[in-house]
Design a protein around this ligand. Structure first.
Ligand SMILES: [Zn+2]
Length: 249
């Protein structure tokens, strides 16, 4: 923690120096620009979603992270701060290149994955967890078998991105590959990542993925029996219906 605080001071110092050079620093706002009202609202929703990942068992401690896009700014959970301690003053935001524009806390170390999703898709929010059943599945198969038609709500069979060290570009690249035509993927020996138009949608997709992973593990744990699986065609058909259902909903 002491290490992190020193880093934050260094970052602040570097930013102050840069801003002073460029003459863009506003009086009384050495930590970045002012938080806009829509960003304050989005931050409140982000913190609520992050707390939900903990209360519903998808995340232990601070092992996951959540982000939401507001225009060209990405608000993201800071590194190492328990979600129940986050306040409205802790708004942490970066631009799409990862430069910090809001707040003084260090953004999550998984920032490269979040930014890669925003650059490559029309995502409005991203949720990353180490949910236990989904992570277990990521160590067993290259793709979550089609145990349930709800895979259609995630775009089809959920792939597992090959392992790479957390926080690296390599992991972000592996993830993007696995996310092709999907809104969710597993990260081998690591966890889950999903995105959606809203925080609620990204969260729900994570919950569905964890539930489906648990379902498959449960069905495959019966000695002497193996579960029936659906075809890609069956799942695609369900996906079509689910999209229609969502619009009527
Ligand atoms: Zn992680």
């Amino acid at each position: 923690m002491a290490e992190e605080r020193r880093d934050q001071r260094d970052q602040r110092g570097a930013r102050d120096a840069r801003d002073a050079r460029e003459g863009v620093q506003e009086v009384g706002e050495p930590w970045g620009r002012r938080v806009r009202p829509e960003e304050a609202d989005a931050w409140e929703s982000l913190v609520a979603t992050a707390r939900r990942t903990v209360s519903e068992g998808l995340v232990v401690g601070t092992s996951g992270n959540v982000s939401v896009r507001v225009g060209d700014t990405v608000l993201v959970t800071p590194s190492g701060v328990p979600y129940d301690r986050l306040t409205p003053q802790d708004v942490t935001g970066v631009d799409l290149d990862g430069r910090q524009v809001l707040g003084a806390l260090v953004p999550t170390s998984e920032l490269p994955m979040h930014l890669a999703v925003y650059r490559a898709t029309d995502a409005g929010a991203v949720v990353h967890t180490h949910a236990v059943h989904a992570t277990a599945v990521s160590t067993l198969v290259p793709e979550l078998p089609l145990i349930h038609y709800m895979a259609g709500a995630l775009g089809g069979p959920v792939r597992v991105a090959p392992y790479a060290t957390y926080g690296t570009r390599e992991l972000a690249e592996n993830m993007l590959q696995a996310l092709t035509d999907r809104t969710a993927c597993l990260l081998q020996n690591h966890g889950t990542i999903t995105y959606g138009t809203t925080l609620d949608q990204a969260y729900d997709r994570t919950a569905q993925l964890e539930w489906m992973s648990r379902l498959w593990l449960t069905a495959t744990s019966v000695p002497g029996l193996s579960p029936t699986l659906l075809s890609e065609g069956q799942v695609a058909e369900a996906g079509e219906r689910l999209r229609g259902y969502g619009q009527r909903g």
